[in-house]
Design a protein around this ligand. Structure first.
Ligand code: B3K
Ligand code: ZN
Length: 855
């Protein structure tokens, strides 16, 4: 397969004035008629062949200005169609083609496909070329008119409805868009309607379309949409620009959701929610993803990407915006902690391994493999740093300029940085490295205290080093905003949060005139995506956990303590430290603290996180010892604090009607965190009682997880299955929980048994992810020394690849950490990866991934 390079970018030789599409829908033979008005692009003078992407299309006719294109003027390959320049008129011309496609046979779920009897599309990144011949690249933008012919009752496309009759409907999207934002839906659907009046007074009809039977679970998504529309007006001054906004939920979907203009298509998992069926985490994700896709209307759709290397231009910014939204809707500090947990678990992990790449990569084989934590989450962190460096006002001015200057365009990261430079006068040459360089900088810090007559001087000296990543050996220093505050020994803040701008490899910052040696709170709010290496004493961490005025660092101090304890339990068989246990006890008893925050503090670092920490320190992690140490620590905490935990658990019993809001969710989070600890010493007694009584899915699922861990879940699993067998989303949880919480030595066997269950529909991405993703999330189970889980997993990657390459490639990242482990495990994984790589007919997606993972 061919590698595509950023440096090869060239504008497309033609522009498109408008596109007209007519779809004659039929499951095995849909006819797509296209009329495309081309004109030469002045940015590419001279005469050029017309190249149109196209894959898996059966061409019935092709005309230019009404005349059939001569066979000898046209060449067709697996990738597309070329009409020689000689056969093209000098100026503008009309291309017309009729192709036939097979939605039912489309198991890759890219292009036009069928899900449970409905037609739907997924075109990003390069799926439109499976619908018709077209320049399928984001810098070719055009207004689209669409006519759909089908007997199905609901026929939807982008833009505004124009007209409809029996068996047809027409849509018009006046906003020029790239083909990846095209969407079409046809099915037997029902809708939850609502409306929103924009601040300039335009009324927008809103609809959420679902299968009959799902209508009672759409209200929260609708409420989230309305809040998102309002927030984008209030905070970014961005108004919606069509008469309708439609959301459709589909069961078979490769990812979370898609921001198609005016017609967002969602994985039903991110729309449907009721207290009985969705956990608090599901509710929070639905709110966040509804917002994310809506925010794309401006950051992604109105301003799109020039090419796919610029993906983080829309994704990083839109993630940043949805994070801001969630923190406004809920708790800012809690959201920040959750985001940093995700960043470390997914992006730091990626950045440390063979798949490391910059937020703006400069080459790829399959772009779908680059919808990564680095592009999304690190892309958002980079914007957070920009905002910290230029200040809130500077950020607001830069964003206004961005929308003003680039509306209707396909832009680049350079365009993005330029608006910040022009709006704030700041030189961002060095900052640009955050976009072009891969790897997570390691920041070490040394402290110095010099007492003096007029007050002492406290000096922090930072050193930054970024380890090499594939293809990038040398990493020059970056600009790192380090937010610092200083506390005096009785816990008062003597220097409030100050952003230090580090630009050199090593740099010192002095604070003068201090009465006594302070305690430093460094990298407040996680002001930069770096690994802070700080050899602090346990007592100092405990002090910060008790006194830091920055909530993020308060949590971080507890986290660091827990990690230190666990690492010493793994490597030295140490007992849990007293500093840690007593600090945790104080926190548990502190009723003034937000329950959601306390819940986060009670959550122990994950096994994968510990493995990563050990690997960073140059040790090869032993999954069994890590698992045992984490269990021992949880048991020690439960034993030590049984009384307070039990009291917390009882006191937080849900009273009154369910509310999905952050405060109520925080109480439930603390309650189930206490339950999970107590479960280690009560043999599952509380979980069994809760499972019987629970009225919401947060508690049901938590109770079930505890019962599985206590090895007494059989009756509960049967009851849960019987109750929810008609609800695919809940049954996904049933699969997932059993694998994630299986005892490590049994995980592969449990997964194998479940894969043979009649409900295991491996063609449904959610179900496949529940089982295989669940196995990969069971750290000690996945890395069992026998290699059974590796083998089972690789078998399934191969099976899935033949059907749906995107899903297989995404799941293959479970192996990205293989180099961390001991020689025996490495040999086992390498053998599986080599076996995959040697399989004939492997997709471009999975072959790129296995190649990169093997290195
Ligand atoms: N832009 C889509 C992701 C498309 C993934 C293509 N493999 C959803 C989102 O980020 O909002
Ligand atoms: Zn997005």
């Amino acid at each position: 397969p061919q590698t595509i390079y950023l440096s090869d970018y060239q504008p497309y030789p033609f522009r498109i004035a408008r596109v007209d599409l007519t779809f004659g829908l039929a499951p095995r033979a849909t006819r797509v008629h296209s009329r495309i008005e081309f004109a030469p692009n002045p940015a590419r003078p001279g005469r050029h062949d017309l190249f149109l992407h196209g894959e898996k299309l059966r061409l019935h006719s092709a005309r230019i200005d009404g005349k059939p294109v001569a066979a000898e003027a046209m060449a067709i390959t697996d990738e597309g169609l070329t009409v020689t320049a000689r056969a093209l008129p000098d100026g503008p011309f009309l291309w017309e083609a009729e192709v036939e496609i097979d939605p039912e046979g489309n198991t890759a779920l890219e292009g036009l496909y069928m899900s449970g009897g409905m037609y739907c599309t997924q075109c990003e990144a390069e799926g439109f070329r499976k619908i018709t011949y077209y320049p399928d690249r984001p810098d070719v933008m055009a207004p689209f008119k669409v006519r759909i012919e089908s007997d199905l009752p609901v026929l939807l496309s982008n833009g505004n409805p124009v007209a409809k009759g029996a068996g047809w409907a027409e849509w018009n999207d006046p906003w020029p868009k790239p083909a990846y934002l095209f969407a079409l839906v046809a099915g037997n659907l029902v809708n939850l309607p609502d409306s929103f009046t924009t601040r300039s007074g335009r009324k927008v009809d809103l609809n959420i379309w679902v299968r009959p039977g799902d209508l009672d679970r759409c209200a929260f998504a609708m409420d989230s949409l309305i809040r998102s529309m309002k927030w984008d007006e209030d905070v970014y001054g961005r108004e919606y620009d069509l008469d309708v906004f439609n959301i459709v939920a589909v069961d078979d979907f490769n990812m979370g959701a898609m921001e198609n203009k005016g017609l967002n298509i969602f994985n039903s998992k991110l729309v449907l929610a009721s207290p009985e069926t969705a956990t608090d985490l599901d509710f929070e994700r639905i709110e966040g993803v509804i917002a994310h896709e809506y925010f794309h209307n401006w950051t992604g759709n109105r301003i799109t990407c020039r090419d796919w290397f610029q993906l983080c231009l829309k994704e990083g910014l839109t993630v940043f915006r949805d994070q801001q939204f969630t923190s406004d809707m809920r708790s800012g500090p809690v959201k920040r902690i959750e985001d940093v947990l995700t960043l470390r678990a997914r992006q730091f992990r990626e950045d440390m391994g063979p798949l490391a790449h910059p937020p703006r990569p400069d080459h790829f084989v399959e772009i779908n493999n680059f919808y990564t934590a680095t592009v999304y989450e690190k892309g958002a962190e980079v914007i957070g740093m920009l905002k910290r460096l230029v200040g809130d006002d500077g950020y607001a001015r830069a964003l206004d300029l961005y929308f003003e200057r680039h509306d209707g365009e396909a832009a680049t990261i350079e365009d993005w940085l330029k608006v910040f430079e022009d709006a704030t006068g700041r030189d961002l040459t060095q900052f640009r490295r955050w976009y072009t360089d891969a790897g997570t900088p390691r920041l070490t810090v040394a402290e110095d205290w010099a007492p003096g007559a007029g007050g002492g001087t406290f000096t922090l000296t930072f050193t930054q080093v970024t380890p090499p990543t594939p293809g990038q050996d040398i990493k020059p220093p970056r600009v790192i905003p380090v937010a610092v505050g200083l506390l005096n020994p009785n816990g008062d803040e003597v220097v409030p949060t100050t952003v230090l701008e580090m630009t050199e490899a090593t740099q010192s910052f002095a604070f003068e005139g201090l009465a006594s040696r302070p305690v430093a709170s460094i990298l407040r709010g996680f002001s930069a995506p770096v690994v802070l290496e700080r050899a602090a004493l346990a007592a100092e961490r405990a002090f910060l956990l008790a006194h830091d005025t920055d909530p993020f660092n308060r949590w971080e101090a507890g986290r660091a303590l827990a990690k230190d304890v666990l690492v010493r339990m793994v490597t030295e068989d140490a007992a849990p430290s007293e500093d840690y246990l007593s600090a945790l006890g104080r926190l548990l008893a502190d009723e003034a603290l937000d329950p959601a925050f306390r819940a986060l503090c009670l959550r122990l670092p994950s096994e994968d996180d510990l493995a990563q920490t050990l690997a960073e320190a140059g040790r090869s992690p032993d999954p069994d010892r890590i698992h045992a140490a984490r269990e021992d620590l949880a048991r020690a905490i439960a034993t030590r604090f049984e009384g307070p935990l039990a009291q917390t658990y009882e006191a937080l019993a849900d009273a009154g009607p369910f509310s999905p809001d952050a405060a109520a969710a925080g109480r439930r989070a603390l309650r189930v965190a206490a339950l999970a600890l107590l479960n280690r010493i009560d043999g599952g007694a509380r979980a069994a009682a809760l499972f019987e009584r629970a009225t919401n899915m947060t508690e049901s699922a938590a109770a079930l997880a505890c019962l599985i861990e206590a090895d007494r879940a059989e009756p509960a699993l049967a009851a849960f299955h019987a109750r929810w067998k008609e609800n695919r989303l809940v049954i996904d949880k049933w699969f997932m929980l059993q694998v994630v919480h299986a005892a490590p030595e049994r995980a592969a066997e449990v997964a194998e048994r479940l894969a043979a269950h009649p409900d295991f529909d491996w063609k449904n991405p959610n179900r496949a992810r529940a089982l295989l993703g669940g196995l990969a999330a069971n750290h000690a189970g996945f890395h069992a020394a026998s290699g059974a889980a590796y083998r089972f997993y690789a078998d399934w990657l191969l099976r899935l690849d033949a059907l749906n390459p995107q899903i297989a490639a995404r799941l293959s990242t479970a192996f990205e950490t293989w180099a961390r482990y001991d020689a025996d495990r490495r040999a086992l994984v390498a053998a599986e990866l080599e076996r995959i790589r040697a399989t004939p007919g492997l997709s471009r997606d999975l072959s790129e991934m296995t190649g990169r993972i093997l290195g």
